[in-house]
Design a protein around this ligand. Structure first.
Ligand code: SF4
Length: 762
């Protein structure tokens, strides 16, 4: 029986704690899927799942893990089902809902409660000084937005934010609109996730993307998984790791947390999993200290050089290094000089563990390094990823079978959006192409990324904030600062499918523009429209919604952007034609974006096509020198004052980015609550705090303290000195100015905190 949305919020966050899981998926995952199907979808709606990730179906709106050539009948994971159930839910947030609930009251509700209310059904406007949103027609909505944009003194008073769910076609039109307006203020969720990867890879190998295919993962000798929790965040990656293991691969997990999906995988597609059989995943688990990965890889580089010294010609790929790279000697001189004691302090690992790791790398015929936010959200994230590149270059582990770099993207089309020009700093060549296609000179001054956009709003320099999907206020750091910044704008506009907190933190006026979901049929312009997305491995494929839209008032993201472009009368662009036939948008993409030749025909092919990738395809490196770059990255220990811990913000298992599907995190043994902090038992005894105590988390930064109250302490086998707690609840602790060097990504994986027992000092 499909349940109604929760009326009341859970009274008090009161988590129940048990032992963490030692493997991912299995019967618990199947049980969770059944609950989603029965509890949220019902039988008929759950048939939607049969189209998920199928070649003629829709792309799962969850993560960006690729599909293989062969598709199972049930080609989705537990978290994919949750993401789809959120879109296909029969629950509705309509004008009656907004008449009942004021913005202020909604602002007091939990993220989970807001997300469980259902699908938005029509455009809503919050007038200046009003307490409730009220329904408006699309025309009035466009007028409000267009008038506010026209009232700007400069195009840079507008910010156009993009979440990673936006399709290629909508993203391309969105960036075109912003640039025709005259601004490059195009922050996106990539700023908070793989910006550090794009920066480091662009510098060293000439492309800001990974260099492996799914086939490479299946055939690698050694896969090193760093700072990633695939069991929750990219669940079908476990299928690929299992396949690799069955083909003889070894897997090393490098993580402060012994995540269930790194230890074992009970694949529901295998009958054995129903009797509790699971495949061990990691052959080695290196419980590294937060921020220690760079030192680990630098040390491994040193050890490989020493092994080469001992047996010349047996370790390094000399032809590759001398023919296709530069900077080797500077790098070699640097890593030969690093101090093992400092490496041990930085990593929390013993030199012996590091020697064993290096030996695994030395003896593997092909090596892949995978990573996610546990790497990218650190001060030295860019240097760390450059160190990954260094280690792989030594043995030519790029551009050959079973080897390469694999940043695993968290949102279904976050890579595609960047490819479509969603960035505050696109290269001049790319902008030249855009200008030639549409007959204008795009702005060249770099715009705001996410952190800069928040600063600009905080300082009153932004009049209009527009969010294409996502939940900006919950995805960003320094929540109190970000909320106050958004409230300084004249107008906030959220293009959304469901209710979330960003609808409760508004400018003087606010608009909600309800969009079609990925699962829904798009008949914009009176024809069946297809959109396209790009996964983590640069494969572009079509996505066709199959469900009847949740409301007749919904519009596609393409339609919304084209409608605004038309209303503003922007440029020599035939917005109506673009809207009525998305193939027209793709024709322009083909002429502007490299690699999209013959776009329409290749997109129509089952499974789509793979974009060119110089390092992967031909070992071509589009750097200034045409070679891959070794780099010198000083090892730096993340210093933590006595009595403090390094906190990382993480997702629970019942969560996708800022969307909270439920209050459980069974993989870590947490049920019915989210305000928990995981701390090593030895750290607890040093701090004189006990499992089950309640504390406030207080972060300390040069501009003062930030507090997140009332967290239940959970004694947990995390690395010494390293704690973990869920975001978005702990984003308030991450200072806006605490960012990764070069990429400006918030350092959400390394926040210095103290645990203040509740009632301390009362
Ligand atoms: S692995 Fe990611 S893309 Fe695939 S079904 Fe699961 S959530 Fe969706």
């Amino acid at each position: 029986m499909v349940t109604r949305p929760p009326r009341e919020d859970a009274p008090q966050d009161s988590p129940r704690v048990s032992a963490p899981s030692s493997s991912a998926a299995g019967n618990p995952a199947v049980g969770s899927i059944v609950r989603e199907v029965v509890g949220k979808l019902g039988v008929t709606r759950s048939l939607t799942l049969l189209h998920a990730n199928q070649k003629d179906g829709f792309d799962c709106p969850g993560c960006a893990w690729p599909e293989g050539e062969h598709r199972h009948t049930l080609e989705f994971c537990e978290n994919g089902v949750k993401a789809i159930a959120e879109e296909a839910t029969p629950r509705r947030v309509d004008r009656a809902f907004f008449a009942t609930h004021s913005v202020a009251e909604l602002g007091e509700r939990s993220d989970h409660w807001l997300g469980q209310q259902g699908r938005l059904t029509e455009p809503m406007l919050l007038r200046e000084g009003a307490a409730h949103y009220e329904p408006v027609g699309w025309d009035e909505a466009y007028d409000v937005l267009a008038d506010e944009l026209r009232a700007m003194g400069s195009p840079d008073e507008a910010v156009f934010y993009t979440s990673g769910r936006t399709s290629n076609e909508a993203a391309f039109l969105y960036q075109l609109l912003a640039r025709l307006l005259g601004t490059n203020n195009l922050p996106d969720c990539s700023n908070m996730c793989h910006e550090s990867s794009g920066t480091a890879l662009g510098q060293t190998i000439g492309i800001g993307k990974g260099t492996v295919s799914l086939e490479d993962v299946h055939t690698a000798d050694l896969i090193v998984v760093c700072g990633q929790n695939p069991g929750t965040n990219h669940p079908r990656m476990l299928t690929a790791l299992e396949k690799a293991k069955r083909a003889g691969a070894r897997i090393i997990a490098v993580n402060p947390l012994p995540e269930a999906g790194l230890l074992g995988f009970a694949n529901p597609q295998r009958p054995g999993s129903y009797v509790g059989r699971s495949t061990p995943i990691a052959d080695r688990f290196l419980q590294i200290r937060l921020g220690g990965d760079q030192a680990l890889f630098a040390a491994a580089g040193r050890l490989l050089l020493e092994a080469e010294d001992a047996q010349p010609g047996t370790v390094l790929d000399h032809d590759f290094v001398s023919g296709l790279t530069e900077g080797f000697w500077e790098y070699a001189a640097h890593v030969r000089g690093i101090d093992p004691a400092e490496v041990e302090r930085a990593t929390g690992l013993s030199w012996t563990e590091i020697e064993v790791f290096a030996e695994e790398v030395r003896t593997a015929g092909s090596v892949i390094v995978c990573w996610a936010m546990g790497i990218t959200q650190h001060r030295d994230a860019v240097a760390t990823i450059r160190e990954f590149v260094n280690l792989l270059l030594l043995q030519g582990n790029i551009g050959r079978r079973g080897a390469g770099l694999c940043p695993v993207r968290g949102h279904s089309n976050v890579q595609g959006d960047r490819t479509m020009g969603i960035s505050e700093r696109m290269p001049d060549g790319w902008l030249d192409g855009l200008g030639a296609e549409f007959g204008f000179d795009p702005p060249r001054a770099h715009g705001y990324d996410t952190v800069e956009a928040i600063r600009a709003m905080r300082d009153g320099r932004v009049r209009v904030f527009m969010g294409m999907g996502g939940n900006f206020v919950r995805a960003t750091p320094d929540s109190d600062v970000t909320e106050a910044a958004l409230r300084r704008t004249a107008l906030t506009v959220q293009v959304s499918t469901k209710l979330n907190r960003s609808h409760t933190v508004t400018g003087r006026r606010a608009l909600i523009l309800p969009a079609l979901g990925r699962t829904e049929r798009d008949r914009t312009g009176g024809r069946e429209q297809v959109v396209s997305v790009e996964d983590s491995m640069s494969a572009v494929h079509a996505s066709r919604g199959r469900r009847r839209p949740a409301s007749e008032h919904l519009r596609s993201e393409v339609d919304i952007v084209a409608g605004l472009g038309e209303r503003l009368g922007l440029g020599a662009v035939d917005w109506a034609a673009m809207r009525s036939d998305y193939a027209r948008i793709r024709t322009s993409i083909e002429r502007v974006v490299p690699g999209f030749d013959d776009y329409e025909r290749r997109l129509a092919a089952p499974g789509g096509f793979v974009l060119p990738n110089g390092p992967r395809d031909t070992r071509r490196f589009d750097t200034a020198s045409g070679k891959a770059h070794f780099s010198v990255n000083p090892v730096r220990v993340l210093e933590v004052p006595a009595g403090r811990l390094l906190l990382q913000t993480v997702r629970s298992h019942d969560q996708f980015n800022t969307t909270v599907y439920g209050l459980d995190d069974r993989s870590r043994g947490i049920m019915g609550g989210r305000r928990v902090v995981f701390v090593n038992p030895d750290d607890l005894s040093d701090l004189g705090i006990a499992d089950g105590d309640y504390v406030d988390l207080v972060s300390e930064w040069s501009d003062g303290e930030r507090r997140a109250p009332h967290f239940r302490v959970v004694a947990y086998p995390t690395a010494r000195g390293c704690a973990a707690a869920y975001f978005p609840e702990t984003n308030v602790l991450v200072p806006l100015d605490s960012v990764a060097e070069e990429s400006n990504t918030p350092t959400s994986k390394a926040v210095v905190v103290r645990l203040e027992p509740e009632h301390a000092g009362t």
